[in-house]
Design a protein around this ligand. Structure first.
Ligand code: NAD
Length: 424
Protein backbone atom coordinates (compact mmCIF):
# COMPACT_ATOMS: atom_id res chain seq x y z
CA UNK A 1 0.00 0.00 0.00
CA UNK A 2 1.10 3.58 -0.61
CA UNK A 3 2.33 5.30 2.53
CA UNK A 4 0.25 8.33 1.72
CA UNK A 5 -2.92 9.14 -0.16
CA UNK A 6 -1.86 9.80 -3.74
CA UNK A 7 -5.30 10.96 -4.85
CA UNK A 8 -5.30 13.56 -2.05
CA UNK A 9 -1.98 14.85 -3.45
CA UNK A 10 -3.28 15.30 -6.99
CA UNK A 11 -6.57 16.73 -5.70
CA UNK A 12 -4.72 19.42 -3.78
CA UNK A 13 -2.85 20.48 -6.92
CA UNK A 14 -6.14 20.58 -8.84
CA UNK A 15 -7.82 22.63 -6.10
CA UNK A 16 -5.02 25.20 -6.09
CA UNK A 17 -5.23 25.57 -9.86
CA UNK A 18 -9.04 25.79 -9.69
CA UNK A 19 -8.80 28.56 -7.13
CA UNK A 20 -6.40 30.58 -9.28
CA UNK A 21 -8.63 30.08 -12.31
CA UNK A 22 -11.79 30.87 -10.29
CA UNK A 23 -13.42 27.77 -11.80
CA UNK A 24 -17.20 27.69 -11.86
CA UNK A 25 -18.55 25.39 -9.10
CA UNK A 26 -20.09 22.88 -11.55
CA UNK A 27 -16.76 22.42 -13.37
CA UNK A 28 -14.91 22.12 -10.06
CA UNK A 29 -17.37 19.45 -8.86
CA UNK A 30 -17.23 17.56 -12.14
CA UNK A 31 -13.44 17.37 -12.15
CA UNK A 32 -13.03 16.61 -8.44
CA UNK A 33 -13.78 12.90 -8.86
CA UNK A 34 -13.25 10.44 -11.73
CA UNK A 35 -16.10 9.86 -14.16
CA UNK A 36 -15.85 6.10 -13.64
CA UNK A 37 -14.14 3.53 -11.39
CA UNK A 38 -14.53 -0.12 -12.29
CA UNK A 39 -13.29 -2.88 -9.98
CA UNK A 40 -13.15 -6.44 -11.35
CA UNK A 41 -12.03 -9.77 -9.91
CA UNK A 42 -10.37 -11.91 -12.59
CA UNK A 43 -9.79 -15.54 -11.59
CA UNK A 44 -7.14 -17.72 -13.23
CA UNK A 45 -5.67 -21.16 -12.69
CA UNK A 46 -2.09 -20.70 -11.47
CA UNK A 47 0.78 -22.94 -12.63
CA UNK A 48 0.38 -25.03 -9.44
CA UNK A 49 -3.12 -25.99 -10.60
CA UNK A 50 -4.89 -23.85 -7.96
CA UNK A 51 -7.38 -21.08 -8.81
CA UNK A 52 -6.57 -17.56 -7.66
CA UNK A 53 -8.67 -14.40 -7.78
CA UNK A 54 -7.03 -11.01 -8.32
CA UNK A 55 -8.24 -7.42 -8.06
CA UNK A 56 -8.20 -5.29 -11.23
CA UNK A 57 -9.20 -1.63 -11.45
CA UNK A 58 -9.80 0.74 -14.37
CA UNK A 59 -10.43 4.41 -13.65
CA UNK A 60 -11.52 7.01 -16.21
CA UNK A 61 -10.99 10.42 -14.69
CA UNK A 62 -12.17 12.68 -17.50
CA UNK A 63 -13.20 12.27 -21.12
CA UNK A 64 -13.94 15.97 -21.62
CA UNK A 65 -11.15 16.39 -24.20
CA UNK A 66 -11.32 12.94 -25.83
CA UNK A 67 -11.19 9.22 -25.01
CA UNK A 68 -9.48 8.31 -21.75
CA UNK A 69 -5.83 7.36 -22.13
CA UNK A 70 -3.60 5.72 -19.59
CA UNK A 71 -1.28 2.92 -18.65
CA UNK A 72 -1.87 -0.49 -17.16
CA UNK A 73 0.27 -1.19 -14.09
CA UNK A 74 0.90 -4.54 -12.41
CA UNK A 75 1.79 -4.03 -8.79
CA UNK A 76 1.23 -5.84 -5.49
CA UNK A 77 0.95 -2.49 -3.65
CA UNK A 78 -1.49 -0.65 -5.93
CA UNK A 79 -4.65 0.89 -4.53
CA UNK A 80 -7.80 2.59 -5.79
CA UNK A 81 -6.43 5.93 -4.54
CA UNK A 82 -3.24 5.41 -6.56
CA UNK A 83 -5.23 4.46 -9.65
CA UNK A 84 -7.49 7.52 -9.32
CA UNK A 85 -4.46 9.77 -8.90
CA UNK A 86 -2.71 8.29 -11.93
CA UNK A 87 -5.86 8.70 -14.02
CA UNK A 88 -6.25 12.34 -12.93
CA UNK A 89 -2.59 13.01 -13.73
CA UNK A 90 -3.23 11.66 -17.22
CA UNK A 91 -6.11 14.13 -17.67
CA UNK A 92 -3.87 17.09 -16.76
CA UNK A 93 -0.86 15.71 -18.65
CA UNK A 94 -2.77 15.19 -21.91
CA UNK A 95 -4.15 18.73 -21.60
CA UNK A 96 -0.71 20.25 -20.86
CA UNK A 97 0.76 18.77 -24.05
CA UNK A 98 -2.53 19.35 -25.87
CA UNK A 99 -3.28 15.86 -27.19
CA UNK A 100 -6.99 15.05 -27.67
CA UNK A 101 -7.27 12.56 -24.83
CA UNK A 102 -8.70 12.47 -21.34
CA UNK A 103 -7.19 10.56 -18.43
CA UNK A 104 -7.45 6.90 -17.49
CA UNK A 105 -5.43 4.30 -15.63
CA UNK A 106 -5.57 0.61 -14.82
CA UNK A 107 -3.94 -1.51 -12.18
CA UNK A 108 -3.95 -5.20 -11.44
CA UNK A 109 -2.81 -6.13 -7.94
CA UNK A 110 -0.23 -8.84 -8.55
CA UNK A 111 3.47 -9.49 -8.13
CA UNK A 112 4.44 -9.76 -11.80
CA UNK A 113 8.06 -10.58 -10.94
CA UNK A 114 6.92 -13.79 -9.23
CA UNK A 115 4.50 -14.91 -11.95
CA UNK A 116 5.15 -17.01 -15.04
CA UNK A 117 4.52 -15.73 -18.56
CA UNK A 118 1.54 -18.09 -18.84
CA UNK A 119 0.00 -16.76 -15.62
CA UNK A 120 0.51 -13.13 -16.69
CA UNK A 121 -1.05 -13.80 -20.09
CA UNK A 122 -4.09 -15.49 -18.51
CA UNK A 123 -4.49 -12.67 -16.00
CA UNK A 124 -4.24 -10.00 -18.71
CA UNK A 125 -6.87 -11.77 -20.81
CA UNK A 126 -9.30 -12.16 -17.90
CA UNK A 127 -8.81 -8.54 -16.82
CA UNK A 128 -9.41 -7.22 -20.34
CA UNK A 129 -12.47 -9.44 -20.89
CA UNK A 130 -13.87 -8.04 -17.63
CA UNK A 131 -13.38 -4.37 -18.64
CA UNK A 132 -13.83 -4.67 -22.42
CA UNK A 133 -17.14 -2.80 -22.52
CA UNK A 134 -15.63 0.42 -21.20
CA UNK A 135 -12.39 0.42 -23.26
CA UNK A 136 -11.73 0.82 -26.98
CA UNK A 137 -10.04 3.14 -29.49
CA UNK A 138 -12.70 5.81 -28.97
CA UNK A 139 -13.45 5.15 -25.29
CA UNK A 140 -10.30 4.37 -23.34
CA UNK A 141 -6.85 3.41 -24.67
CA UNK A 142 -4.32 1.43 -22.63
CA UNK A 143 -0.49 1.56 -22.59
CA UNK A 144 2.35 -0.12 -20.67
CA UNK A 145 3.32 1.14 -17.24
CA UNK A 146 5.25 -0.44 -14.38
CA UNK A 147 5.76 -4.19 -14.87
CA UNK A 148 3.82 -4.28 -18.12
CA UNK A 149 5.32 -3.99 -21.59
CA UNK A 150 4.76 -4.43 -25.35
CA UNK A 151 4.05 -8.12 -24.84
CA UNK A 152 1.31 -7.27 -22.31
CA UNK A 153 -0.15 -4.82 -24.85
CA UNK A 154 -0.26 -7.59 -27.50
CA UNK A 155 -2.35 -9.68 -25.05
CA UNK A 156 -4.57 -6.64 -24.39
CA UNK A 157 -5.23 -6.19 -28.12
CA UNK A 158 -5.90 -9.90 -28.65
CA UNK A 159 -8.26 -10.20 -25.69
CA UNK A 160 -10.14 -7.01 -26.58
CA UNK A 161 -10.65 -8.13 -30.19
CA UNK A 162 -11.60 -11.69 -29.26
CA UNK A 163 -14.69 -12.71 -31.23
CA UNK A 164 -14.80 -9.48 -33.27
CA UNK A 165 -14.94 -9.42 -37.04
CA UNK A 166 -12.29 -6.74 -37.42
CA UNK A 167 -9.17 -6.12 -35.36
CA UNK A 168 -8.79 -2.75 -33.60
CA UNK A 169 -5.15 -2.23 -32.72
CA UNK A 170 -5.79 1.30 -31.45
CA UNK A 171 -7.20 0.01 -28.13
CA UNK A 172 -3.64 0.02 -26.80
CA UNK A 173 -0.42 1.88 -27.51
CA UNK A 174 3.16 1.02 -26.59
CA UNK A 175 2.85 -2.10 -28.76
CA UNK A 176 5.77 -3.76 -30.50
CA UNK A 177 6.61 -2.33 -33.94
CA UNK A 178 5.94 -5.82 -35.32
CA UNK A 179 2.40 -5.62 -33.89
CA UNK A 180 1.37 -2.18 -35.20
CA UNK A 181 3.29 -0.23 -32.56
CA UNK A 182 5.00 3.04 -33.39
CA UNK A 183 8.65 3.56 -34.07
CA UNK A 184 10.14 5.67 -31.28
CA UNK A 185 7.59 4.63 -28.61
CA UNK A 186 9.82 2.41 -26.48
CA UNK A 187 12.12 5.11 -25.17
CA UNK A 188 9.67 7.97 -25.76
CA UNK A 189 9.15 8.99 -22.13
CA UNK A 190 12.90 9.21 -21.54
CA UNK A 191 13.39 11.04 -24.84
CA UNK A 192 10.65 13.52 -23.90
CA UNK A 193 12.24 14.08 -20.49
CA UNK A 194 15.52 14.86 -22.19
CA UNK A 195 13.93 17.27 -24.71
CA UNK A 196 12.32 19.23 -21.86
CA UNK A 197 15.60 19.37 -19.93
CA UNK A 198 17.59 20.36 -23.02
CA UNK A 199 15.11 23.07 -24.02
CA UNK A 200 14.92 24.44 -20.50
CA UNK A 201 18.71 24.52 -20.25
CA UNK A 202 18.68 26.82 -23.31
CA UNK A 203 16.04 29.08 -21.73
CA UNK A 204 18.00 29.26 -18.47
CA UNK A 205 21.45 29.37 -20.08
CA UNK A 206 22.36 26.24 -18.12
CA UNK A 207 24.88 24.02 -19.97
CA UNK A 208 24.41 20.24 -19.56
CA UNK A 209 28.11 19.58 -20.13
CA UNK A 210 29.73 17.85 -17.10
CA UNK A 211 26.59 18.20 -14.97
CA UNK A 212 26.38 15.52 -12.29
CA UNK A 213 23.22 13.39 -12.51
CA UNK A 214 21.66 10.89 -10.06
CA UNK A 215 18.81 8.62 -11.16
CA UNK A 216 16.25 6.61 -9.17
CA UNK A 217 15.10 3.66 -11.29
CA UNK A 218 16.71 2.03 -14.31
CA UNK A 219 13.69 0.69 -16.18
CA UNK A 220 12.19 1.96 -19.41
CA UNK A 221 12.24 5.63 -18.35
CA UNK A 222 15.42 5.71 -16.24
CA UNK A 223 17.51 3.81 -18.77
CA UNK A 224 16.42 5.82 -21.81
CA UNK A 225 16.93 9.23 -20.16
CA UNK A 226 20.27 8.04 -18.74
CA UNK A 227 21.58 7.31 -22.25
CA UNK A 228 20.54 10.74 -23.53
CA UNK A 229 21.99 12.78 -20.65
CA UNK A 230 25.20 10.72 -20.95
CA UNK A 231 25.40 11.52 -24.67
CA UNK A 232 24.81 15.21 -23.91
CA UNK A 233 27.95 15.24 -21.76
CA UNK A 234 26.44 14.82 -18.28
CA UNK A 235 28.15 12.59 -15.73
CA UNK A 236 25.82 10.00 -14.17
CA UNK A 237 27.23 9.44 -10.70
CA UNK A 238 24.60 7.16 -9.13
CA UNK A 239 21.63 4.95 -10.05
CA UNK A 240 19.33 2.77 -7.93
CA UNK A 241 16.76 0.12 -8.78
CA UNK A 242 14.41 -2.04 -6.74
CA UNK A 243 17.27 -4.29 -5.58
CA UNK A 244 19.85 -1.63 -4.58
CA UNK A 245 22.07 1.00 -6.13
CA UNK A 246 25.47 1.86 -7.60
CA UNK A 247 27.66 4.95 -7.16
CA UNK A 248 30.75 6.01 -9.11
CA UNK A 249 31.86 9.64 -8.87
CA UNK A 250 33.83 9.39 -12.16
CA UNK A 251 30.64 8.43 -14.01
CA UNK A 252 28.60 5.37 -15.02
CA UNK A 253 28.19 4.41 -18.68
CA UNK A 254 24.44 3.61 -19.10
CA UNK A 255 24.98 1.70 -22.35
CA UNK A 256 27.37 -0.73 -20.65
CA UNK A 257 25.08 -0.85 -17.61
CA UNK A 258 22.14 -1.87 -19.78
CA UNK A 259 24.13 -4.78 -21.23
CA UNK A 260 24.94 -5.80 -17.63
CA UNK A 261 21.28 -5.52 -16.57
CA UNK A 262 20.14 -7.58 -19.57
CA UNK A 263 22.28 -10.38 -18.17
CA UNK A 264 21.94 -9.94 -14.40
CA UNK A 265 18.44 -8.37 -14.20
CA UNK A 266 19.73 -5.81 -11.67
CA UNK A 267 22.29 -2.99 -11.51
CA UNK A 268 24.00 -3.99 -8.25
CA UNK A 269 27.54 -5.27 -8.76
CA UNK A 270 28.20 -3.31 -11.98
CA UNK A 271 31.93 -2.79 -12.70
CA UNK A 272 33.92 -0.49 -10.48
CA UNK A 273 30.97 0.93 -8.52
CA UNK A 274 30.20 1.23 -4.81
CA UNK A 275 26.78 0.33 -3.36
CA UNK A 276 24.34 3.11 -2.49
CA UNK A 277 20.74 3.19 -1.27
CA UNK A 278 17.86 5.44 -2.38
CA UNK A 279 18.13 7.86 0.56
CA UNK A 280 21.88 8.38 0.09
CA UNK A 281 21.41 8.87 -3.65
CA UNK A 282 18.73 11.50 -3.08
CA UNK A 283 21.07 13.56 -0.87
CA UNK A 284 24.21 13.26 -3.04
CA UNK A 285 25.86 16.51 -4.16
CA UNK A 286 24.74 16.61 -7.80
CA UNK A 287 23.19 19.02 -10.31
CA UNK A 288 20.23 17.04 -11.65
CA UNK A 289 18.16 14.45 -9.77
CA UNK A 290 15.89 12.25 -11.88
CA UNK A 291 13.30 10.21 -9.97
CA UNK A 292 12.21 7.54 -12.49
CA UNK A 293 10.90 4.75 -10.26
CA UNK A 294 7.89 4.99 -7.94
CA UNK A 295 5.71 7.70 -6.34
CA UNK A 296 6.60 9.53 -3.13
CA UNK A 297 10.35 8.89 -3.07
CA UNK A 298 11.07 12.59 -2.55
CA UNK A 299 9.28 13.41 0.69
CA UNK A 300 9.37 15.41 3.91
CA UNK A 301 12.10 13.14 5.32
CA UNK A 302 14.64 13.78 2.59
CA UNK A 303 13.68 16.96 0.68
CA UNK A 304 15.79 19.16 2.92
CA UNK A 305 18.89 17.07 2.22
CA UNK A 306 18.58 17.43 -1.57
CA UNK A 307 21.49 19.29 -3.13
CA UNK A 308 20.49 19.01 -6.78
CA UNK A 309 19.49 22.32 -8.36
CA UNK A 310 17.11 20.66 -10.82
CA UNK A 311 14.69 17.76 -10.30
CA UNK A 312 13.42 16.21 -13.51
CA UNK A 313 10.37 14.09 -12.67
CA UNK A 314 10.33 10.92 -14.76
CA UNK A 315 8.08 8.95 -12.41
CA UNK A 316 4.47 9.90 -11.77
CA UNK A 317 4.10 11.69 -8.44
CA UNK A 318 7.66 11.21 -7.16
CA UNK A 319 7.48 14.33 -4.95
CA UNK A 320 5.01 14.63 -2.07
CA UNK A 321 3.27 17.93 -1.35
CA UNK A 322 5.33 18.46 1.83
CA UNK A 323 8.55 17.95 -0.14
CA UNK A 324 7.28 20.31 -2.81
CA UNK A 325 6.90 23.10 -0.21
CA UNK A 326 10.44 22.49 1.08
CA UNK A 327 11.86 22.53 -2.46
CA UNK A 328 9.98 25.74 -3.23
CA UNK A 329 11.61 27.40 -0.20
CA UNK A 330 15.03 26.13 -1.34
CA UNK A 331 14.35 27.41 -4.88
CA UNK A 332 15.07 23.99 -6.37
CA UNK A 333 13.71 23.90 -9.91
CA UNK A 334 11.25 20.99 -10.13
CA UNK A 335 10.25 20.09 -13.69
CA UNK A 336 6.87 18.48 -12.95
CA UNK A 337 5.83 15.00 -14.05
CA UNK A 338 2.74 16.16 -15.94
CA UNK A 339 5.03 18.05 -18.30
CA UNK A 340 8.37 16.24 -18.06
CA UNK A 341 7.24 12.64 -18.57
CA UNK A 342 4.56 13.38 -21.19
CA UNK A 343 6.75 12.22 -24.11
CA UNK A 344 5.30 8.71 -23.80
CA UNK A 345 1.73 9.84 -24.25
CA UNK A 346 2.77 12.24 -27.03
CA UNK A 347 4.09 9.26 -29.01
CA UNK A 348 1.14 7.12 -27.92
CA UNK A 349 -1.07 9.71 -29.58
CA UNK A 350 0.95 9.27 -32.79
CA UNK A 351 0.66 5.47 -32.50
CA UNK A 352 -3.12 5.75 -32.09
CA UNK A 353 -3.30 8.07 -35.12
CA UNK A 354 -1.20 5.68 -37.22
CA UNK A 355 -3.40 2.70 -36.26
CA UNK A 356 -6.65 4.53 -37.01
CA UNK A 357 -5.40 5.90 -40.33
CA UNK A 358 -3.54 2.73 -41.40
CA UNK A 359 -0.26 4.61 -41.89
CA UNK A 360 3.29 4.21 -40.57
CA UNK A 361 5.52 7.13 -39.57
CA UNK A 362 9.31 6.77 -39.60
CA UNK A 363 11.18 7.09 -36.30
CA UNK A 364 12.54 10.49 -37.41
CA UNK A 365 9.01 11.71 -38.12
CA UNK A 366 7.76 10.50 -34.72
CA UNK A 367 10.66 12.12 -32.83
CA UNK A 368 10.29 15.36 -34.83
CA UNK A 369 6.58 15.61 -34.01
CA UNK A 370 7.09 14.68 -30.37
CA UNK A 371 9.92 17.19 -29.92
CA UNK A 372 7.77 19.95 -31.40
CA UNK A 373 4.89 19.09 -29.05
CA UNK A 374 7.11 18.92 -25.93
CA UNK A 375 8.80 22.21 -26.84
CA UNK A 376 5.44 23.93 -27.30
CA UNK A 377 4.17 22.51 -23.97
CA UNK A 378 7.28 23.76 -22.17
CA UNK A 379 6.84 27.25 -23.68
CA UNK A 380 3.15 27.25 -22.65
CA UNK A 381 4.07 26.25 -19.09
CA UNK A 382 6.83 28.88 -18.89
CA UNK A 383 4.41 31.55 -20.11
CA UNK A 384 1.82 30.48 -17.48
CA UNK A 385 4.55 30.52 -14.81
CA UNK A 386 5.38 34.10 -15.70
CA UNK A 387 1.77 35.23 -15.94
CA UNK A 388 0.75 33.84 -12.54
CA UNK A 389 4.14 34.12 -10.80
CA UNK A 390 4.02 30.48 -9.65
CA UNK A 391 6.26 27.38 -9.63
CA UNK A 392 6.56 25.23 -12.71
CA UNK A 393 4.30 22.56 -11.18
CA UNK A 394 1.62 25.09 -10.29
CA UNK A 395 1.84 26.53 -13.81
CA UNK A 396 1.47 23.11 -15.43
CA UNK A 397 -1.66 22.42 -13.37
CA UNK A 398 -3.14 25.84 -14.15
CA UNK A 399 -2.59 25.21 -17.85
CA UNK A 400 -3.97 21.65 -17.79
CA UNK A 401 -7.03 22.46 -15.68
CA UNK A 402 -7.76 25.56 -17.78
CA UNK A 403 -7.78 23.54 -21.02
CA UNK A 404 -10.04 20.80 -19.62
CA UNK A 405 -12.41 23.40 -18.15
CA UNK A 406 -12.61 25.23 -21.49
CA UNK A 407 -13.65 22.01 -23.17
CA UNK A 408 -16.34 21.32 -20.56
CA UNK A 409 -17.66 24.86 -20.89
CA UNK A 410 -17.99 24.54 -24.66
CA UNK A 411 -19.70 21.17 -24.49
CA UNK A 412 -22.34 22.41 -22.03
CA UNK A 413 -23.40 19.10 -20.59
CA UNK A 414 -27.16 18.58 -21.03
CA UNK A 415 -27.93 18.18 -17.34
CA UNK A 416 -26.27 21.49 -16.48
CA UNK A 417 -28.28 23.57 -18.89
CA UNK A 418 -30.83 24.61 -16.32
CA UNK A 419 -28.35 26.09 -13.87
CA UNK A 420 -26.59 29.39 -14.00
CA UNK A 421 -23.27 28.15 -15.37
CA UNK A 422 -21.27 30.99 -13.84
CA UNK A 423 -22.43 30.59 -10.28
CA UNK A 424 -24.25 27.27 -10.11
P1 NAD B 1 9.81 0.02 -15.28
O1 NAD B 1 9.06 -1.06 -14.61
O2 NAD B 1 10.36 -0.21 -16.65
O3 NAD B 1 11.05 0.47 -14.35
C1 NAD B 1 10.90 0.83 -13.02
C2 NAD B 1 12.30 0.93 -12.42
O4 NAD B 1 12.19 1.42 -11.09
C3 NAD B 1 13.02 -0.41 -12.35
O5 NAD B 1 14.40 -0.20 -12.56
C4 NAD B 1 12.78 -0.83 -10.89
O6 NAD B 1 13.78 -1.72 -10.41
C5 NAD B 1 12.88 0.53 -10.23
N1 NAD B 1 12.27 0.57 -8.91
C6 NAD B 1 11.06 0.08 -8.53
N2 NAD B 1 10.86 0.31 -7.22
C7 NAD B 1 11.97 0.99 -6.79
C8 NAD B 1 12.37 1.50 -5.54
N3 NAD B 1 11.60 1.39 -4.46
N4 NAD B 1 13.56 2.14 -5.47
C9 NAD B 1 14.34 2.29 -6.56
N5 NAD B 1 14.02 1.81 -7.76
C10 NAD B 1 12.85 1.16 -7.86
O7 NAD B 1 8.86 1.30 -15.24
P2 NAD B 1 8.96 2.60 -16.15
O8 NAD B 1 8.07 2.42 -17.30
O9 NAD B 1 10.38 2.98 -16.34
O10 NAD B 1 8.22 3.66 -15.19
C11 NAD B 1 8.93 4.32 -14.15
C12 NAD B 1 8.07 5.47 -13.67
O11 NAD B 1 7.80 6.35 -14.76
C13 NAD B 1 6.71 5.09 -13.10
O12 NAD B 1 6.37 5.99 -12.07
C14 NAD B 1 5.78 5.29 -14.28
O13 NAD B 1 4.44 5.53 -13.86
C15 NAD B 1 6.40 6.53 -14.89
N6 NAD B 1 6.07 6.72 -16.30
C16 NAD B 1 6.34 5.76 -17.22
C17 NAD B 1 6.03 6.00 -18.57
C18 NAD B 1 6.38 5.01 -19.65
O14 NAD B 1 6.17 5.32 -20.83
N7 NAD B 1 6.93 3.86 -19.33
C19 NAD B 1 5.40 7.19 -18.93
C20 NAD B 1 5.15 8.17 -17.95
C21 NAD B 1 5.49 7.91 -16.64
Amino acid sequence: MEEYDLFAEVTLQFERAAERLKLEPWIFEKLSQPERELVVHPTIIMDNGKPKTFVGIRVQHSTARGPAKGGLRYSPDASLSECKALAAWMTWKCAVIDVPFGGGKGVVLCDALKMSERELKKLTWEYILAIKDIIGPHKDILAPDMFTNDRTMAWVVEAYNHGKTHFEFAVATGKSTSFRGSFGRKGATGTGLFFVLEELSKHLDFSLEEKKVAILGFGNVGCSVAKLVHRAGCRIIAITDIYGGIWREEGINPFKLQTYVDRKKQIVGFDDTKPIDNESLISLPCDILIPAAVAGQINANNADSIKAKVILEGANGPTTKEADEILKEKETLVIPDILANAGGVAVSHLEWMQNLNQVVFSEEEVIRRMKKRMKKALCDVLATMKKHNVTMREAAYILGVKRVAESLRLRKFHNYEEIDLKTG
